[in-house]
Design a protein around this ligand. Structure first.
Ligand code: FAD
Length: 490
């Protein structure tokens, strides 16, 4: 545990700023540890309304950001530091803060969003004119994107060799502990978190999220420990069953840096020793962390990935433009229970199970022939873990246009997916109560149920629950035919 600030030497005069970004934690933050070594630390978070342009933080993620900042503020206060909140252009805000406080260095974690490199360069130039240094540290990935390359020195475009190459590298560094921080004694004006309006108000659609989620470092550690203690052994076989708690739900913590991937990696390695029978399952889990790395590797090398099809042929794909169908998908009113269950889970909890994300994404791009960008944007707004790299990469993977993508002609059958992965129907019944009383045989295809079965279950198709907005077989053929139009471009 860090000692009380009162016990610390006040002889150190150097003042530095730690610029928090998507790394809202104190442990395993190499840049913060370096700042702590250098002297007094001013922790700051800048809310830059222009950063990211179309990829400005979405509504659900704002909720997580608010609570992560609250948690960080409390953690810093325990060491006598105030988290300074500033709004406005990042470069101007940080340069003004350095000028006001006499800080000699700004420390931060390196970021990889398409705009991050340019921002860091501009900031470095501006600060250096004031005689202030910018020091960037790794902290959000296991391996820096430039450190993993093919034999020919080019970026990987296929996951398996990428992850193999990562695993051939030296193990990720051990997490660094929470540093002892020395507060800066001068007065700095901070904005009020509540004034930022990050929480929904009218209506407050997140009214029960405090019962579901615990953003911040403590919540992250609890989620990691519980997963490794109780669920990881079932991960390998059970990760595709959306009604079971077999996955870690660590994604929002990783997205906001409440937890570092190095902490996850080392904790998982330790679990291998304690649970030798679960090694296969743990490796599978780590390979999913590997997918997160891969998405960032791709984003770093191909920064247009969130906005443009990775496979340029897909810019000519004959996407449909049907706002009504898009709304039916968004609201979970497609008439396919597993799809509707996923979309409602997303709306109500800010999360959706990975298997169901694949099903609903396939349904949007293949059954409805709607552009993957529309799904990417909806997820961006609704997901607590909305992550520019993983979201873009996954949407392109399902839509068929991505690097190492699922082939376009692999069209998920929403009935078969429901019957296979939600066989007993617990997940679908929970999110689509209108069909909950149907027997399993018809749960994933209510339109095939005889009238007496529908009536016994209180289902009136087209009234209490929609008829399917597209016919599976017809939609599949239409998708294959639309895909066929790209073949002429080979
Ligand atoms: P676990 O299975 O426990 O996995 C552990 C961690 O590995 C996750 O927390 C996550 O950080 C990472 N991970 C797992 N699967 C993937 C994957 N396929 N790609 C990248 N990283 C992965 N994940 C996001 O974090 N943010 C997104 O915006 C996002 N959008 C997605 C959109 C679509 C259409 C699809 C199909 C998937 C998307 N994913 C996204 C990936 C995946 O669905 C989530 O990471 C996962 O469901 C989170 O649940 P978990 O933490 O229980 O995962």
């Amino acid at each position: 545990m860090p000692s009380s600030p009162k016990n610390r030497s006040t002889a150190m005069a150097d003042v530095s700023i730690y610029w928090f970004r998507d790394d809202l934690r104190l442990a395993d933050l190499p840049g913060l540890a370096a700042a702590a070594q250098a002297g007094h630390v001013i922790p700051v978070f800048v809310r830059d309304p222009d950063l990211g342009d179309t990829w400005r933080i979405g509504s659900a993620s704002q909720w997580w950001l608010h609570h992560s900042l609250l948690s960080l503020r409390t953690r810093l206060a325990e060491q006598g530091l105030e988290l300074i909140l500033k709004s406005g252009a990042t470069v101007a805000a940080l340069s003004a803060l350095a000028a006001q406080t006499g800080a000699t260095t700004v420390y931060c974690s390196r970021h990889y969003q398409p705009w991050a490199g340019a921002l860091e360069t501009t900031l470095k130039e501006r600060l250096s004119k004031q005689g202030v240094r910018l020091k960037r540290y790794p902290g959000t990935l296991l391996h820096e994107p430039e450190d993993v390359a093919t034999g020919g020195g080019t970026p990987f475009k296929v996951f398996t060799p990428f992850w193999r190459a990562c695993n051939r590298r030296p193990d990720p560094h051990q997490p660094v502990p929470v540093p002892e921080l020395t507060p800066y004694n001068g007065l700095i004006e901070s904005e009020e978190l509540l004034d930022w309006g990050l929480l929904p108000t009218s209506p407050n659609w997140a009214f029960d999220w405090n019962d579901l989620w615990h953003p911040g470092e403590a919540g992250a550690q609890t989620a990691l420990t519980q997963f490794l203690d109780y669920h990881v052994q079932d991960y390998g076989d059970g990760r595709d069953i959306p009604s079971e708690p077999n996955t870690s739900k660590l994604s929002p913590y990783l997205r906001f840096g409440n937890l570092s991937p190095r902490q996850v990696w080392h904790a998982a390695q330790a679990s291998k020793l304690e649970l030798p029978e679960a090694v296969g399952s743990i490796e599978k889990f780590l390979s999913e962390i590997g997918w997160r790395e891969f998405c960032y590797h791709l984003l770093f090398h191909f920064p247009t990935m969130p906005d443009e099809a990775f496979n340029p042929k897909f810019s000519f794909f004959p996407w449909d433009d049907d706002p009504e169908r898009l709304i039916a998908w968004q609201r979970g009113q497609t008439g396919y229970p597993i799809v509707d269950a996923g979309m409602r889970e997303l709306w109500q909890t800010g999360f959706m199970h990975n298997r169901v994300r694949m099903v609903v994404a396939s349904f949007l791009t293949k059954h409805l022939l709607l552009n993957w960008r529309a799904g990417e944007e909806w997820f961006w707004d609704c997901l607590l873990d909305a992550d520019i790299a993983s979201n873009a990469c996954s949407w392109q993977w399902v839509g068929g246009s991505g690097a190492d993508a699922s082939p376009y002609f692999r069209i998920f059958n929403p009935i078969a997916q429901g019957e296979k992965f939600d066989k007993a129907g617990a997940y679908t019944r929970r999110w689509v109560p209108e069909v909950a009383d149907l027997p399993n045989k018809y749960l994933h295809k209510p339109w095939e149920a005889p009238d007496d079965v529908l009536s016994a279950a209180g289902v009136r198709l087209g009234d209490t629950y929609p008829r399917p907005i597209v016919d599976h077989k017809t939609a599949r053929e239409a998708a294959l035919s639309a895909y066929g139009t790209l073949k002429s471009l080979d």
